[in-house]
Write a protein that binds this ligand. Structure first.
Ligand SMILES: Cc1ncc(COP(=O)(O)O)c(C=O)c1O
Length: 290
């Protein structure tokens, strides 16, 4: 049995037979948007937030979603049910659809909706106990004035290249600078630092995806009365931080122990652990399950 459950326009297909036309503009031009939702205790976690972001991403590129939120929720639940028993990683992709071999989307009459589910990947326990290695990538995050990184689109080539740099250096993630040289985010996660007990993360105006996990972490900090700042951060801020951690739907809160050759002072630090524990409670709170 394939490790993937796949659907195209709502119809489940064997993964090998699930194909998209070469004339689909998602394939030709990366003209698509997507989301990844995970399950917790078999329920969709924060699906409302992810679907709001999917709608915002689609609106930002002038793509009308062919279904409402209820449809996506029902479909993701159906994908989860088709899998062997485990927590799920549920990806939904909406492309511009099939059209002419021409950049302009006017020939694309209906979007293609692809669903792909697999078991939620488990990261190495050691990363949570002792931290993971990341690098500061040479590849820059694209400008907000280009394909805005706030849009979760099919254009991930800069991230692919940055992750390739990371893997070549034995790291699991790469943090990217914007064109002005300030920190933005990692290839599939947001970054936080702790300095003198203050938690800091790049502000949205630096050009980054507004991570769902990032949003929960900012709430956690406020609720725990931990000082938190969304601000402009430099590579120097990163290297002089007391603690560093990254966040994402699949990673939760993952401490960072090394940035390139530089060792982070505390891994995992006490603030990171406090935040990770509070996030664990959020993951299991029924109010966040659909
Ligand atoms: C570029 C980028 N930044 C940040 C994140 C983390 O976002 P979330 O917490 O919503 O998973 C992702 C997730 O895939 C991402 O692709």
């Amino acid at each position: 049995m394939s490790k993937y459950i796949v659907s195209i326009n709502g119809k489940f297909k064997a993964a090998r037979q699930a194909t998209v036309s070469v004339l689909d503009h998602g394939f030709l031009f990366g003209d698509s948007v997507y989301e990844v939702v995970r399950t917790v205790d078999g329920n969709l976690f924060a699906a409302d937030r992810h679907l709001r972001r999917l709608r915002a991403s689609a609106a930002a590129i002038g793509l009308k979603l062919p279904h409402n939120e209820d449809w996506f929720v029902r479909h993701m639940r159906a994908m989860h049910r088709k899998k062997p028993k485990s927590e799920s990683y549920l990806r939904v992709i909406v492309t511009r659809g099939v059209g002419l071999l021409d950049l302009h989307p006017e020939s694309c009459k209906s979007p293609t909706v692809v669903g792909i589910a697999k078991a939620l990947p488990r990261w190495d326990d050691d990363f949570y106990a002792h931290g993971c290695k990341i690098i500061l990538a040479g590849v820059r995050r694209n400008l907000k004035q280009a394909t805005d990184p706030a849009v979760k689109s099919g254009n991930y080539l800069n991230n692919v290249l940055a992750l390739t740099e990371a893997k070549a250096d034995g790291a699991v993630e790469a943090v990217m600078l914007n064109a002005e040289g300030f920190l933005t985010e990692c290839t599939t996660s947001n970054i936080f630092i702790v300095k003198d007990k203050v938690i800091k993360t790049p502000s949205l105006d630096q050009g980054l995806l507004e991570g769902v996990t990032r949003g929960f972490i900012l709430n956690v900090c406020t609720n725990l009365k931990l000082p938190v700042q969304e601000t402009r951060l430099t590579g120097e801020d990163l290297l002089s931080a007391d603690e560093v951690f990254i966040t994402s739907t699949t990673r939760d809160v993952m401490p960072v122990c090394q940035i390139g050759k530089h060792r982070v002072k505390l891994t995992p630090g006490s603030m990171t652990l406090k935040i990770a524990n509070a996030y664990h409670d959020i993951l299991h709170a029924k109010a966040n399950h659909l």
